[in-house]
Design a protein. Structure first.
Length: 392
């Protein structure tokens, strides 16, 4: 099993070409390197928001602070409850704690890995103020059901779309269905400037509030230092805005390629016993495939552990990792004071596993990076050969 074929034809990520180089030089010689004096970030905000069918957006330092500022702009604060999935990246939930609100953790669907609407409904109380559905690996959560629940209970919805640039669900773009949405442009994301984030919305008043929160409490074009509220400086630089403008231009082309290669990967990988891919529901019309996620059943691989499998394919050059840990199992959540967070389930029988689907995903799922899908069919064949060689 240790005679591993090293794969050589994996596309690099992040990807950049003369488009990024040209626009970065333009910014360099412009003498305007920050948002308020320049136009690259403002131009990108409009282009990205319109691409996702929203009236506007405010770009900022990263995706984590984007969620924090979205919550602040909605007035979410101490004593408020925000419903979040147990299977997500830490920032979705840490942002709620940062707002001094209470994360209410609920389980996800075992097939799509997205938050389960029925569990959301169980978790709603008179203290609930918002829901943060996460579009895991680019698969959009059941926004129809979520928005119906939100409307019925007068709740805000923040779409955590960090994985879902360009996704289309039930005829609607990711980020256009909730009260607001956040995206990340961190180094691994489908569009990247190394770091970065954005809040988009179809509510102009909320976008103004987001700008104030991210721009030291100052309104757009203020030159008289009229700080309206206690905000912070979360602004994106012109260099990052310029890079993201170039990245957005090729997003559709890259999504098309990933969708084509993913379809081919599905044909091949479904023939391997012990590998079960994240499912895609019928409403997913355009899937950007931020990650290839699949359950790994060790009984089909001579009882080799998931970590052993991941290390094996990494040595072959395949960028991969175990899935996120279930949120409630993170060390920080074990040390937080009682009452600072809770499970949404009404069933609290002692000894019962809370959020069993999230626990199973966190224990059994493996993720491959999206650049695996930016090559050709030969690359997919090579990846399949490596996986098969482990099971041999």
């Amino acid at each position: 099993m240790e005679n591993i074929k090293r794969i050589q034809n994996i596309p690099r990520w992040p990807y950049a070409d003369e488009e990024e180089e040209k626009i970065l030089i333009e910014v360099l010689h412009s003498d305007n390197w920050w948002r308020n004096a320049g136009y690259q970030v403002k131009s990108f905000e409009k282009e990205f928001a319109h691409y996702h069918n929203c009236i506007g957006g405010i770009a900022m330092a990263n995706g984590t602070v984007a969620i924090e500022i979205a919550l602040k702009a909605l007035g979410v604060g101490e004593g408020d409850e925000v419903i979040v999935p147990d299977f997500t990246f830490y920032s979705t939930v840490s942002a709620v704690l940062k707002a001094h609100a209470i994360p209410v953790i609920v389980d996800v669907d075992p097939n799509t890995f997205c938050i389960e609407p029925k569990k959301i409904e169980e978790a709603i109380t008179e203290k609930t103020k918002a829901i943060i559905p996460v579009h895991i690996a680019g698969h959009v959560a059941d926004m129809k059901s979520i928005m119906e629940l939100a409307k019925k209970n007068n709740l805000y919805v923040i779409e955590d779309s960090s994985h879902a640039h360009g996704a289309v669900w039930n005829g609607k773009k990711a980020g256009s269905m909730g009260t607001m949405a956040t995206f990340s442009f961190q180094n691994a994301k489908l569009m990247t400037a190394g770091e970065g984030g954005i809040v988009i919305s179809n509510n102009g008043e909320l976008l103004h509030r987001v700008l104030l929160e991210a721009n030291c409490g100052r309104a757009e074009n203020d030159t008289t230092y009229q700080h309206i509220l206690i905000g912070t400086n979360a602004r994106l630089s012109e260099f990052q805005g310029a890079i993201l403008k170039a990245q957005l231009k090729r997003l559709d082309e890259q999504i098309d390629l990933r969708e084509s290669n993913y379809a081919y990967l599905c044909e091949k990988i479904e023939q391997i016993h012990g590998i079960t891919l994240q499912k895609k529901d019928d409403a997913m019309e355009r899937h950007p495939h931020y990650m290839v996620m699949f359950y790994y059943d060790k009984k089909y691989f001579n009882s080799a552990s998931r970590d052993e499998f991941v290390q094996y394919i990494k040595r072959a050059g395949i960028s991969s990792n175990r899935s996120y840990e279930a949120i409630h199992r993170l060390p920080v959540f074990q040390s937080l004071p009682v009452g600072s967070w809770r499970f949404g389930s009404k069933d609290s029988r002692k000894g019962e596993i809370q959020c069993p689907n999230s626990v199973k995903i966190s224990e059994e799922v493996i993720c491959l990076n999206h650049n695996m899908l930016l090559g050709d069919k030969k690359l997919i064949d090579d990846i399949i050969d490596v996986i098969k060689s482990f099971s041999a």
